[in-house]
Every structure is written in structure tokens, then in C-alpha cells.
Design a binder for this molecule. Structure first.
Ligand code: EPU
Length: 437
């Protein structure tokens, strides 16, 4: 079904919004449930299409899934794993499915997983994942677009990552859980989602220390010692940052609940430099507001704890109408400025040269029809639509649905005029009945 958002810009966002579970933690934790010959129950699971995809991957391996969307929980019974193959049809829909490689190696010592290929935002190679598994003793063949990894046993080793890749750190951490001896991942990624995965793995019986630092040590344990457990995932820092930006963009004031402010330190600091106010109300509740035209800032995206690449496009929307000139350098991906042509169509003044963008603030954006080319570019265009004069249509919502649960409902709750429309029937989706335009 092709759907689009219609947004009438100019409303000041006010009220309260609660942030859901972190997509990029939940996907890996769900994959990690394969390690347990039994049931695990995960709470704070957002209802997203990416979650549906990882559950399909698990289901094809033979795991039994109970997804309770009301309770936001998923129970995975991985007592029986009948297949070791993750097909291209699923991995190509969501490259994070590649995480199943490390999980299957830990559980079965053999896995056949489709290579994800590139994606819209960049080449996104998996060479560190493969090289790391080989260091642990796996024999790897790449055949017909699939990685076939096999080992009679994995042996703990020192692994050095050329760059702190999130996915490679997670895949190797998973594989090393049941390796013989200790594995040390150096130059590991330090994202909060890595800590969450390590915490989950320790909850089921793994022995991991150092997650959240650049050296993670995994002391191998026996596969049979891993056990059933329940686990609640952390809140989504990128969803939180998106709502903070939407509030600030409309000179609004809102309470954001279920957020870990420590996960957003760099982003918060940049918002404050732009003129926003952020107050801690409770340990997991903040109040964000802004009254005046924002100031321009410069930033470079970096691995955590630097400025998150996943909030780069959304921050660019804020810069389009800020006072002065802002410069963004995207250092993680080759092609993550896909929102630029659409922001220009809304009147933004942006000069782009390879991975640098120079944004000269204009007084106001104008509504236009724009296309969500990927998840975060799509969210950035929604924020731009909320800021703009008149009506903005954001097409290809399936990208946004990968990572934002109930996006329009939550924005409507803050007073935004946004509704979802089915392009073929032109019918308004029930979201509008819940309190839309
Ligand atoms: N890279 C390699 N070789 C590898 C692995 C990575 O060259 O073997 C390169 C990539 O091409 C990329 C850079 O390293 O240029 C960083 O990639 P990383 O592996 O850290 O990213 P990822 O694990 O593929 C996760 C998030 C992304 C987020 C990045 C960076 C998930 C499911 N995805 O991707 O989230 O941008 O970390 O923080 O966790 C999103 O949510 O919109 C999203 C894209």
C-alpha cells in the first residue's frame, strides 16, 4: 500500500510525548534470542516494519514467536532451530538482518546468510564482520550472494576493527559468546545499543565486560549454560531526538518522556547552542522548548558519543531557517544527504559538495510535495513540513514506518496537523479520526 503524509505547517507543538523502545537495540536483541534453547521475552518492542522483518527471519529459522503489540512484548521460543539460512528476500529488505550471522554461529556454528548489498545511504560493507569471524576460526565462503560460515568450534581471539562499526561489534560479540576462551574486540563501537545488547546477553548467561567502551571482552561460556530470561530494551534516542527537533522547529514546548538524556548529550548540546532550552524534569523526562529563531551551528557526524548520523538530516531541517550559515560534514556514509533536493524544493538554500553541506538559513520554508528517500531523510522532511508555510505532502511513508512507531499519532498528540493518506484510494487512514487535521 502506498501511503503519504499531508502536513499543514505552522502549528506550534505543545504537550507530552512518550518515546518507544530503541529500534537499533531491539533488532539485535531479538536476533540474540536464537542463542537460548528456550523462551525469552523482550519488552518495550516498538511496532515497526523492521521488527516484523527480524521476526520473519527468526520464524524461518524455526523459532516460535508471540508478538503482543498491546503489551509491546515479543516472546521467542528458540528451543528448535531447524534452518541456518537467512534468505536474500528478507536480508535485502533490512540489512540489520545480517546480525543473525553472529547469532547462528554462536548457536549452531554454521550459518548461511545473504549478503545485504549496498543501500540508498551508502555502500555499507560487511568486511569487518567477515574478517572478525575468520579471526575466531570460522571458515567462510561467499557463494551466489550468500555468506556460508562454518566452524567446528570458535576460538576466542583479539579482534581489531578498522573503524568502530556498530554492526560488526554486535555480530562479533554474539559469535564470541560461546567461543572457547576470551575474545577482545578493540576499537569497538560504543553506542548505547551495544551496551543494551551486552546487557541482554549477560542476562541470559553470557560473560561480557567493557560494552560502551572501545574494548569489549567476551569470556566464552558453554552454549547449554545460556538460559531463558525477560529483558526490557532502552528507549530510542533517535526517536527522542526527532521529537525534540520537531518541538524546537515549531518554537514549541513539550515534555518528552521515557528518554535517557545521557544518550543524547552531543545532540542536546547542539540544540542548546542553537538557542533551545532543555530541562531535566525527572531522570527519564525532559522539557524541551524554544522561543526565537534558531542560530546556525556547524557539526560533523561521528560514531557515538559524537553527533549521531541518524539525526543529521533532521538537524539539517532545523538549519534551513536558522539565523546565519551552518556547515554539516557527514563522515559515516557516502550518500546521506538525500533530503537535500527535497529541502531545496521547499525553499532551503543548501550548497552540497560531496560530504559537506552549507546551509544558509532562509526566513521560511514553503510547503511542497517531497519524497522520503530513506528513514531519517523522511523524518527530516516531516519536520520541515511542520515548519513550512502551507501544505507539504511526504510520499513513500514505508521508509518512515521502518523506524517510527505511531509517528503521526504522536505528532498529532503534540498538536501537529498531519494525516496519513492511502495514495491509491485517497482514503484517510484512521489516524485522522484519532485526532488529525
Ligand atoms: N563499514 C565498513 N565495513 C564493515 C562495516 C561497516 O566499511 O564491515 C562502514 C559502513 O559502510 C559505514 C560505517 O562503517 O560507512 C559505519 O557503519 P556501521 O557498521 O557502524 O553501521 P551499521 O551497523 O550498518 C548502525 C545503525 C544505523 C546507524 C549506524 C551508525 C542499525 C540497524 N543500524 O548501522 O542506523 O546509522 O549504525 O550509527 O543498528 C538508522 O537507524 O537509520 C540507521 C541507518
Amino acid at each position: 500500500m502506498t501511503e503519504k503524509f499531508k502536513i499543514i505547517g505552522g502549528e506550534t507543538l505543545k504537550g507530552e510525548v512518550s518515546i518507544g523502545g530503541a529500534k537499533n537495540a531491539v533488532l539485535k536483541i531479538l536476533a540474540a534470542t536464537v542463542l537460548v534453547k528456550g523462551s525469552t521475552k523482550i519488552y518495550n518492542v516498538p511496532h515497526l516494519t523492521d521488527v516484523d522483518i527480524i521476526l520473519s527471519v527468526l520464524s524461518e529459522l524455526g523459532a516460535k514467536i508471540k508478538y503482543n503489540t498491546e503489551e509491546k512484548s515479543v516472546e521467542v521460543d528458540a528451543s528448535e532451530i531447524s534452518s541456518i539460512t537467512a534468505k536474500y528476500e528478507l536480508v535485502s529488505k533490512m540489512r540489520a538482518s545480517f546480525i543473525i550471522l553472529g547469532a547462528l554461529m554462536s548457536r549452531c556454528k554454521e550459518a548461511i546468510v545473504a549478503l545485504p548489498g549496498g543501500c540508498a545511504i551508502g555502500e555499507r560493507r560487511v568486511d569487518f564482520h567477515i574478517k572478525g569471524l575468520e579471526t575466531l576460526g570460522a571458515k567462510i565462503k561467499i557463494e551466489n550472494g550468500y555468506v556460508h560460515a562454518k566452524a567446528s568450534k570458535l576460538i576466542g581471539s583479539d579482534i581489531y576493527l578498522d573503524i568502530p562499526s556498530v554492526g560488526a561489534t554486535e555480530n562479533l560479540m554474539l559469535a564470541a559468546v560461546t567461543a572457547e576462551g576470551s575474545t577482545r574486540i578493540q576499537n569497538a563501537a560504543r553506542e548505547p545499543e551495544i551496551i543494551d545488547l551486552a546487557n541482554f546477553l549477560n542476562t541470559i548467561g553470557a560473560d561480557i565486560t567493557g560494552a560502551g567502551t572501545s574494548e569489549i571482552v567476551i569470556n566464552g561460556v558453554k552454549q547449554d549454560s545460556l538460559h531463558s530470561a525477560e529483558y526490557t530494551t532502552i528507549p530510542d534516542r533517535i526517536e527522542a531526538g526527532t521529537f525534540m527537533a520537531a518541538v524546537v522547529a515549531t518554537k514549541g514546548k513539550a515534555i518528552i518522556k521515557n528518554v535517557y538524556p545521557a544518550h543524547l548529550t552531543f545532540f542536546n548540546d547542539k540544540l542548546i547552542q542553537m538557542g533551545a532550552s532543555i530541562k531535566l524534569v525527572e531522570p527519564t523526562t525532559i522539557e524541551v522548548s524554544s522561543r526565537n529563531r534558531l542560530n546556525s551551528i556547524n557539526f560533523v557526524t561521528q560514531p557515538y558519543p559524537g553527533f549521531p548520523t541518524d539525526l543529521q538530516a533532521i538537524a539539517m531541517s532545523l538549519l534551513t531557517t536558522a539565523n546565519g550559515v551552518g556547515i554539516i560534514t557527514e563522515s559515516l556514509y557516502e550518500n546521506r544527504f538525500m533530503q537535500v533536493p527535497d529541502l531545496r524544493r521547499m525553499g532551503a538554500d543548501i550548497h552540497q559538495d560531496r560530504n559537506h553541506a552549507i546551509i544558509k538559513g532562509v526566513k521560511k520554508l514553503e510547503g511542497a510535495t517531497v519524497v522520503a528517500s530513506d528513514l531519517r531523510a523522511g523524518a527530516a522532511l516531516v519536520v520541515a513540513g511542520l515548519m513550512a508555510n502551507g501544505e507539504t505532502t511526504v510520499e513513500k511513508l514505508h521508509h518512515i514506518d521502518r523506524g517510527y512507531e505511531d509517528f503521526e499519532y504522536k505528532l498529532q498528540g503534540l498538536g501537529a496537523k498531519i494525516k496519513r493518506i492511502n495514495e491509491e484510494t485517497m482514503e484517510v487512514n484512521p489516524s485522522v479520526i484519532k485526532g488529525g487535521i
